[in-house]
Design a protein. Structure first.
Length: 316
């Protein structure tokens, strides 16, 4: 899907730089994301070609973008255009892990479910790019979102911005906000560096339960690192999410013991608000469902400032 999404990039991206703190440290790092107004403008002014059904979906999407009064329209839009604070929390925890183990990403496959603006994956990509001309990373990033439009409008543009700023430290001084002109030279440079550092970026859209069918979750090549943030807000979709997390973690090891699973190289991190007011989800319901399925959770980070938030490590 990367080749298809590349062709849909606009000629210019407006961006904002975000500062992210590293837990239990005085350090911070930057991620770059496309501005929401810029993505909305592109979506509203694009002419949609294709089948009658595709055009209908496009009109529904444009209606959501034009109204912009809600972050969630079930079955149409799941909030992927915005950067949610728990994704920043998750990126901070990943930074902490990389400080503890510099080779944390070497020869790894990472899947981010409900990626949206993909802040955790942006951070991982930036760390690989900053290694310079060292050995290739052999890193696979699998980015999954309900909406293909989100992958097109923010996920890929954010990855490109990450490459643009972190592949050359001089560019990082261009300011907190601005525009980047996307010439053919820039896009070719992005693709060349992905090949150079052996970074394979894969995109998948649709419902979580369909990820196995489209080979996003391959039981013969499971992800080492499973990430998701702000995805346990609904008790209706929570069981499906847990099914997907478990399948990504365990694959086809139905007959294996818990110790066999734990001995594998797996890390599953879930970042969330403790309570999602008005929509029914939250950490308690999530942990209860995991407990029923004989999975365990451990809090690796938490904040009581404002709305309480946590990052959980999940194991089967």
């Amino acid at each position: 899907m990367l080749d298809t999404l590349i062709t849909s990039l606009p000629s210019k991206l407006s961006y904002t730089r975000i500062e992210v703190p590293v837990p239990q440290s005085d350090e911070t790092f930057y991620v770059y994301r496309r501005d929401l107004f810029d993505a909305r403008f592109q979506m509203l002014h694009e002419d949609e070609e294709g089948s009658e059904e595709e055009q209908k979906k496009s009109e529904e999407w444009k209606s959501v973008m034009a109204g912009a009064a809600t972050d969630l329209v079930p079955g149409v839009y799941e909030g992927g255009l915005k950067t949610w604070e728990c994704s920043l929390d998750l990126a901070g925890v990943l930074a902490q892990k990389l400080e503890q183990s510099p080779d944390f990403l070497q020869n790894k496959k990472v899947i981010e479910l409900g990626c949206g603006t993909a802040v955790p994956s942006l951070y991982l990509l930036s760390k690989v790019l900053k290694r310079g001309d060292e050995k290739p990373a052999n890193l696979t990033l699998q980015l999954c979102d309900f909406n293909e439009q989100v992958l097109q409008m923010v996920t890929l543009p954010n990855l490109l911005l990450t490459w643009y700023f972190h592949s050359n430290e001089e560019k990082e001084d261009q300011g907190q906000q601005g525009d980047v002109e996307l010439s053919d030279e820039i896009i070719d440079g992005f693709l060349d560096d992905l090949r150079k550092y052996q970074i394979d970026i894969q995109f998948y859209s649709g419902h979580w339960e369909g990820l196995t069918a489209i080979n996003a979750i391959n039981i013969d090549s499971l992800p080492n690192i499973i990430l998701t943030s702000e995805t346990i807000y609904s008790t209706d979709t929570m069981p499906i999410l847990i099914d997907t997390l478990e399948e990504a973690y365990k694959g086809s090891l139905e007959g294996e013991t818990k110790s066999d699973v734990k001995s594998m190289d797996r890390l599953c991190l879930v970042a969330a608000k403790v309570v999602y007011f008005g929509v029914g989800g939250g950490v308690y319901a999530f942990e209860q469902e995991l407990k029923r399925r004989q999975a365990s959770t451990k809090t690796v980070w938490k904040s009581e400032k404002g709305v309480s938030r946590v990052v959980l490590q999940v194991d089967w």
